[in-house]
Design a protein around this ligand. Structure first.
Ligand code: BGC
Ligand code: CA
Length: 299
């Protein structure tokens, strides 16, 4: 029996900490603070954090094969030169809309950068519905729009055999699956995999483990769930000491630790006093399961 341990490791709170990615070469955790408009890297070796500001809301950050990072920021895909702390526009999306922004994103196993948009929030998780879309940026920097009518585009990942794409539109309170064509990056045949129960909160970011099961952070649920996408059943619940758990990724030695981001935006003083670690990043160890390394953008 393994015993599960939850530790608060990144103690500088984020308004909306999000999009964690493990960088094996430096043993660092890369993540964003969406409304704090910041990209950060926390070193597990020194426990120090380095940050750079973005120009507007930054939904996600991913590694790039040619070096540096890619981000979905405002309504642009952009490249980040971390050394120079500079950002260059690669492509614009939602050009027919005025009040949307990028939210979560991830690189597929072929190196395409997928990211979705959402309407700007009035309050956390309150948006004008159906304003978002799911996009992917190809290595040649062209953009494909996969579908629109999204309320709040969020977590995504691919099955280990690359045949399925898993996706969360948060305000649908469910996890969905699509067939995935690795050759073309096309998705089809949308269906429901898991519906959240009332006390589980709002489905947010997620990642797959080395056994093909999904780990899903539940915003306002203070937990991550392990879901079997084959059977649509919940296998495990891990609770955290904060309610607004936003996303997760595996990292650490052999990808045996689960890093979980959180948010404090939208909490009043009383709630923050009750949850002093809101917005911090947690490491869950002893789960007895490993993750897989993240993919890097090919362009
Ligand atoms: C969004 C937040 C939102 C939260 C809850 C996050 O992914 O970026 O703005 O409030 O999900 O669904
Ligand atoms: Ca999210």
């Amino acid at each position: 029996m393994s015993s599960i341990k939850v530790e608060c490791v990144v103690k500088e709170p984020n308004e909306i900490g999000e999009g964690p990615v493990w960088e094996e070469k430096d043993a660092t955790l890369l993540y964003v603070d969406i409304t704090g408009q910041r990209i950060s890297r926390w070193s597990s070796l020194t426990t120090q954090t380095e940050s750079m500001s973005t120009e507007t809301f930054v939904g996600c950050v991913v590694p790039r094969r040619s070096g540096g990072y890619m981000i979905g920021e405002g309504t642009r895909f952009a490249a980040v030169d971390w050394q120079k702390r500079s950002i260059t526009t690669i492509a614009h999306v939602d050009t027919d809309k005025s009040k949307t922004r990028f939210n979560d994103g991830k690189v597929d196993p072929a190196g395409r950068f997928f990211a979705g948009t959402m309407g700007l929030e009035v309050r956390p998780a309150e948006v004008e519905k159906k304003q978002g879309s799911l996009y992917s940026l190809q290595a040649d920097h062209s953009v494909i729009k996969h579908f629109d009518q999204v309320d709040l585009s969020n977590g995504m990942d691919w099955s280990l055999d690359h045949r399925y794409f898993y996706y969360i539109d948060s305000l649908k309170y469910m996890l969905e699956a699509f067939d995935y064509d690795m050759q073309t990056g096309a998705i089809s045949n949308r269906r429901t995999v898991y519906r959240l129960e009332k006390d589980e909160g709002i489905p947010d970011g997620m990642c797959i483990d080395a056994e093909g099961k999904l780990w899903m952070a539940c915003y306002n649920g203070g937990r991550v769930l392990r879901i079997d996408p084959q059977t649509g059943t919940r296998l495990q619940t891990v609770k955290l000491p904060v309610a607004k758990t936003t996303s997760c990724c595996f990292g650490g030695k052999d990808y045996t630790d689960l890093y979980v981001t959180s948010a404090y935006k939208g909490m009043d003083e009383e709630a923050r006093a009750q949850q002093p670690q809101a917005g911090c990043i947690f490491r869950v160890s002893g789960l007895g399961v490993k993750g897989i390394p993240p993919n890097s953008f090919a362009g």
